[in-house]
Design a protein around this ligand. Structure first.
Ligand code: ATP
Ligand code: MG
Length: 368
């Protein structure tokens, strides 16, 4: 049997980038031989094993055939006769279809190294069209490697366009799509992900609610530049979608995590208020703080402020004094002590109302 390092590990080493996880490919072995060597199978009918010591993934060389619509409709054929070249040709991009043997020799039948040098993302074969997720993967790699000058090959973009117009993207599960979206948003240039999806017509299929113009994508770019977490980036991506039902539709379509969904909705609803923070009456300010429950969920309000700030900076604002102002208002309201009110014998609704009145006074003083 022959064991090769494949995929991202080979690509990123050649690019001089840090290699996070290594994928191994085993050619010329049977399932029984792998198990005899102590490898643990990851699933009953999937030819992938876990190394007993390193925990890394070892996949048997396989060919794939599409047998129906969507990802479920794939049949694998793994056997000791499947060659390295046959395994590599089923991969998405040429730069992902290189292998390295234990002597450090590069095996590169589809000229991935040349494309790497030319900074081109190019599909390996027409079989690319068999898995629509590859449209999102290519867009994600474009976002990741944009700072290095990579772009999508014309013929690959054309193929992505055909896949998009065929309607096949609708067959992707929310989970598979979200995993790509999430990883793409965390890249250095996430707006490139959206731009590539736009350019091949996939965005129209996946998120027709989005405005993919440079101005509309600028807040996301800011968020990445400021290394904001995923949910702030998601809220920044969707900040242009002001219609609540559309926001909900996008959130649900990809089963975005709760934190992402919630922040996107709050930003959609309250961003204009944050921008006008200094002009708000104490009562409106209090309403905003109550809505966010800044007493029990201070971080969520911070995330909201961050998203609003990214949107303002994206419109060339030099600074965002509203951020400090809103934080100050939150701490003024939080500073109201409930104990004296309880000591007065207040309970239930009366206590709630007294607390609110005190907070309103605190905010009035804060506004000065
Ligand atoms: P990353 O750095 O994001 O992990 P990667 O290239 O290692 O990048 P993986 O998702 O770990 O990406 O997949 C490992 C390899 O398996 C890829 O390099 C590619 O060759 C192949 N691959 C993974 N998913 C697909 C797919 N949907 N279609 C075709 N090939 C794929
Ligand atoms: Mg990988």
């Amino acid at each position: 049997m022959h064991i090769y390092k494949v995929g991202g590990a080979v690509r990123d080493r050649l690019l001089g980038r840090p290699v996070s996880d290594i994928d191994w490919l085993v050619v010329g072995a049977t399932v029984e031989e792998m198990q005899a060597q102590g490898f643990r199978p990851v699933g009953a009918d999937f030819p992938v094993f876990i190394h007993p010591k390193t925990g890394e993934e070892y996949a048997l060389a396989r060919t794939e055939r599409k047998s129906g619509r969507g990802y479920g409709g794939f049949t694998f054929h793994a056997s000791p006769e499947v060659t390295l070249e046959e395994d590599l040709i089923r991969r998405d991009l040429t730069i992902n279809a290189m292998a390295e043997d234990d002597q450090g020799n590069l095996h590169d039948p589809y000229r991935g190294k040349a494309d790497l040098d030319k900074r081109i993302l190019r599909h390996v074969s027409p079989a690319f069209a068999e898995d629509p997720l590859r449209v999102l993967r290519v867009a994600r790699f474009a976002a990741r490697y944009a700072p290095l000058g990579f772009h999508v090959a014309d013929e690959t973009l054309e193929l992505m366009r055909q896949i998009s117009t065929s309607g096949e993207l609708q067959a992707l599960t929310a989970e598979r799509s979200w995993k790509e979206i999430e990883r793409a948003l965390m890249e250095a240039q996430p707006q490139v992900f959206i731009e590539v999806l736009r350019d091949c017509g996939a965005l129209q299929q996946l998120m027709p609610e989005l405005d993919p113009s440079p101005q509309a994508l600028a807040p996301l770019q800011q968020a990445a530049g400021h290394r904001q977490p995923l949910h702030v980036r998601w809220a920044c991506l969707l900040q242009g979608v002001r219609d609540t039902s559309q926001l909900k539709a996008v959130n649900h379509r990809f089963k975005a995590p709760r934190e992402c969904q919630e922040l996107a909705l709050l930003v959609g609803e309250c961003l204009p208020l944050a921008h006008r923070a200094m002009e708000l009456e104490a009562a409106a300010l209090l309403e905003l703080l109550q809505k966010f429950d800044v007493y029990r969920r201070p971080q969520r309000f911070e995330d909201f402020i961050a998203a609003c700030e990214m949107e303002a900076l994206a419109r060339q604002a030099e600074s965002y004094p509203q951020a400090a102002y809103l934080r100050g208002a939150a701490s003024a309201a939080r500073g109201v002590d409930v104990k004296p009110l309880v000591a007065q014998g207040l309970t239930g609704q009366a206590l709630g109302e007294a607390l609110k009145a005190e907070r309103l006074q605190a905010l009035t003083r804060y506004k000065g």
